[in-house]
Design a protein around this ligand. Structure first.
Ligand code: AMP
Ligand code: GLY
Length: 433
């Protein structure tokens, strides 16, 4: 592809993984992140622009001759940042505001799935507690209740407890409408597809661990770990999802005059009757990306640029290494409800020294700390600034090997009160059930 100027929006481990993949392909790429984090700042230039400010992002990209803007998180997409950049003729990987509704509104996504004939759970949109009660009655348990709009991973409750289901509906009805959905039984998988609005290219499937605690207990989170590939999928799984879900969805979006350019994230449950969509997202998943991109052999910049400029139709499917990748998230005490921030992080150099391991930063920052109140000199400390702090990502020839490396690295890191799941990739089924 040659050296490119790339602006990456976002500040998580997902964005760090994207930047590492771009640099692994060509260390000469000129990469800027807005706003980035302390780890990203070691690999790229970071700037203090608000990623959801379309005018600021587009003006920066124009003034600095950026060749490609890559939008990491959903908030800038829903805010229309991709539209602002595209309007200046700059290639941008990420859908415009209208197409980002595929993630921003679960009711919109259901309507698109209906019109495209895409297999998903039956659902009802409700606007009052009375309607919610009636819908829960009709669907029966286990109950699935979802906030309609963006909820940062906290909007979904799956429970046998009718009181809890109603309380969740009541809480989210204060912010808008709520979906009551049919419970789908099966294993979960995330599939990412690059889309140029007309063609799609699938990346390797990944499995995400959504619950906070070992054994899939505790509250839903943004994701506590991931592995890729997913050995328990049938051989034809990816083709089936491309043909029966991804392409019909992309066509339906085109008919809506909301062409989907960027990453179509399909969250699926593999039921006995076949794959069913539980959600669409309009961007790379976090932490799945951290397990998918380290295995990518095809240069990432070419794929993202081709998606942004309508050129995916002429490209072969991206290739992935046979290695497996395991990503384990280290989160702050109190995550997901009320993460404690500001605590120092130690041991990252020792952790990165474990073979085949990368430490990807999420919520990290540099804080100046004075040594004592009377002296004028101070030192800089790496501190946690949010809920999901960093990921230890390891490659290996087997899940056992990758997992051992990731946990060896995590064991070398100290963060007071830090939490991580101990069972990421511990019991990966080898075949379909
Ligand atoms: P979502 O944010 O839509 O991905 O939902 C969060 C989690 O809730 C998913 O990862 C699933 O584990 C679970 N979930 C969502 N929808 C359903 C459903 N219809 N049936 C069973 N589990 C679901
Ligand atoms: N890992 C789930 C998400 O990115 O939405």
């Amino acid at each position: 592809m040659g050296r490119m100027r790339i602006l990456v929006l976002g500040s998580g481990a997902r964005e760090h993984a994207i930047i590492r993949a771009l640099l692994a392909e060509d260390a000469d790429h000129d990469i800027t992140a807005a706003p980035g984090n302390a780890g990203i700042a070691d690999d790229a230039r970071t700037i203090g622009i608000d990623p959801s400010d379309g005018v600021a992002v587009a003006s920066y990209a124009e003034a600095h001759g950026v060749d490609l803007v890559v939008v990491g998180p959903e908030a800038p997409l829903v805010a229309g940042v991709a539209d602002a950049v595209r309007a200046r003729g700059i290639p941008v990987f990420g859908p415009g505001r209208a197409a980002a509704q595929l993630e921003g509104s679960k009711a919109f996504a259901k309507r698109i799935m209906d019109s495209a004939g895409v297999p998903t759970g039956r659902a009802e949109v409700v606007g009052t507690l009375g309607e919610a009660r009636a819908a829960l009655e009709r669907f029966g348990e286990p109950y699935v209740v979802k906030a309609n709009g963006l909820a940062a991973g906290k909007g979904v409750l799956v429970t046998e407890d009718r009181g809890a289901a109603l309380a969740h509906a009541s809480r989210w009805l204060e912010h808008g409408t709520v979906l009551v959905e049919e419970f789908l039984d099966g294993r979960e998988v995330s599939l990412f597809l690059l889309s140029d609005g007309e063609h799609v290219l699938p990346l390797a499937p990944a499995h995400d661990y959504k619950r906070l605690l070992d054994g899939d207990h505790g509250p839903n989170t943004g994701g506590m770990g991931a592995y890729s590939p997913v050995p328990w999928l049938d051989e034809g799984f990816v083709d089936e999802v491309v043909d029966t879900i991804a392409l019909p969805t992309i066509r339906a979006m085109d008919i809506e005059r909301a062409p989907f350019i960027g990453l179509l994230y399909i969250g699926l449950i593999v039921t006995d009757a076949g794959p069913r969509v539980i959600e669409f997202n309009a961007r790379f998943g976090d932490p799945e990306t951290q397990a998918v991109l380290p295995r990518l052999v095809t240069p990432l910049s070419g794929l993202l640029l081709a998606a942004a400029t309508g050129g995916l139709g002429s490209l072969p499917r991206p290739e992935f290494a046979l290695d497996v990748a395991v990503a384990v998230v280290l989160a702050s005490e109190g995550y997901p409800e009320a993460p404690v921030t500001g605590r120092p992080i130690h041991g990252l150099d020792a952790a990165s020294a474990v073979p085949e391991v990368q430490i990807l930063h999420a919520a990290t920052g540099i804080e100046a700390r004075s040594m004592d109140a009377t002296s004028s000199w101070s030192t800089e400390a790496l501190v946690a600034t949010g809920g999901r702090v960093l990921n230890a990502v390891a490659l290996g020839t087997t899940f056992e090997e990758a997992r051992e490396r990731a946990y060896e690295a995590l064991g070398r890191i100290t963060l007071e009160g830090g939490q991580f799941r101990a069972d990421i990739a511990a019991a990966v089924p080898s075949a379909a059930r």
